[in-house]
Design a protein around this ligand. Structure first.
Ligand code: OSB
Ligand code: MG
Length: 368
């Protein structure tokens, strides 16, 4: 393929459920959608998962736009690209900025899948027909409300429930929830809210038979996580700390985690995500697919990735209706009884709805 045109759109969509974590609350999801066209007229879509503010990683919606406009789009326009893996090579002179890279690489995978007449999952080597899904629930204002949202998620059939925790909203909350839901697979995600000084608190979480504790310590740490893992029974799952295959290898070799949450945007694209998946499979480390409150386009990529064999734990891939009044793809992503069917149609398997995309677009620009 030879890329001839890229359109960036900035979308703003209201979240049905404001999402609260250890560092604040998100009410609206603002993100970029990329529409990439090659010389044959095939169109691929990608999503940048960077938020407006740099609380999760250092990237933001504006930094990703800047990287795309000034560096990444010029690197791919008019280049002969055999396979989306080539993007890694083309981008190798650009450090980090993984979410910006991933947005464009995802669209190349979509084009590649269409032109090789495969579903995106098949193009990646994914064989599953359906995937197990979990749900990530934000911190609620009261414990009663927290119980209620967990109860609804259990009734909706989600295969595991992830709860956000932070200092002051951890051991006692988990104790109450575990009492109410003795058999529900549960886990906690701290988004780096603790340090090794909190080790007594973190040790107490061992009581609640959690599947794992996600990213308890600093976002750039794997050393302290290894220290912590030796002192707690619950497996640590790394999210923010893993930006590449090399990071995964070092964390696994150090014993910093027992599980890895793979997010395509965080690691710079599907090609790197696959490498991490393959390495973890070889090492006996289970992985699952994380989420970034994506619209249906990013979600479609996540679903396809989860069709790979070592995604053995339910991901944060709840259905569209959990996030938005109306998603920007048709059909919407439907999670039923804790499963999503992996689309078999060529490409991402959902049709981006240009009218709805237009409705949510607040800015756009085309590069050719
Ligand atoms: O830490 O996994 C996280 C959402 C935004 C940023 C970081 C995280 C999350 C989630 C929600 O946990 C995942 C989702 O439902 O898409
Ligand atoms: Mg996380």
């Amino acid at each position: 393929m030879k890329i001839k045109e890229v359109t960036i759109r900035h979308l703003k969509m209201q979240l049905k459920n404001p999402f609260s974590t250890s560092f604040g609350t998100i009410y609206n999801k603002e993100f970029l959608v990329l529409e990439v066209r090659d010389e044959q007229g095939t169109i691929g879509f990608g999503e940048s998962v960077a938020f407006e503010a740099p609380w999760y990683t250092e990237e933001t919606l504006k930094t990703t736009w800047h990287m795309l406009e000034d560096f990444l789009i010029p690197l791919i326009l008019n280049q002969e690209i055999q396979h989306p893996n080539d993007a890694l090579e083309l981008f190798k002179g650009i450090r980090k900025n993984n979410m910006a890279k991933s947005a464009i690489e995802g669209a190349l995978w979509d084009i590649y899948a269409q032109q090789s007449n495969q579903s995106l999952a098949q193009a990646m080597g994914g064989m599953k027909e359906k995937i197990e899904v979990g749900i990530s629930l934000g911190i609620q204002e009261t414990i009663e409300k927290q119980i209620e949202v967990v109860d609804n998620a259990v009734k909706d059939g989600y295969k595991r429930i992830k709860l956000k925790i932070k200092p002051g909203w951890d051991v006692e909350v988990m104790r109450v929830l575990r009492k109410h839901f003795p058999d529900v697979p549960m886990m906690a995600d701290a988004n780096s809210a603790y340090t090794l000084k909190d080790i007594q608190t973190l040790k107490q979480l061992d009581e609640f038979n959690l599947m794992m504790i996600e990213q308890p310590l600093a976002s750039d740490d794997i050393i302290d996580h290894a220290v912590l893992q030796k002192q707690i029974k619950t497996p640590i799952c790394l999210d923010e700390s893993i930006l590449s295959l090399e990071d995964a290898r070092k964390a696994v070799e150090l014993g910093s985690c027992g599980v890895i949450n793979i997010k395509i945007g965080r690691v710079g694209g599907i090609s790197e995500a696959k490498k991490i998946h393959d390495y973890c499979e070889k090492m006996g480390i289970p992985v699952w697919c994380g989420g970034m409150l994506e619209s249906g386009i990013g979600r479609a990529h996540n679903i396809a990735l989860t069709a790979l064999s070592n995604f053995v734990m339910p991901g944060d891939t709840a259905g569209s209706s959990h996030y938005f009044e109306q998603d920007i793809i048709t059909p919407e992503v439907i999670a039923q009884d804790g499963y999503i069917t992996v689309p078999q149609e060529v490409g991402i398997g959902y049709t981006p709805d240009l009218e709805t995309i237009g409705k949510y677009t607040v800015a756009s620009k085309t590069y050719k």
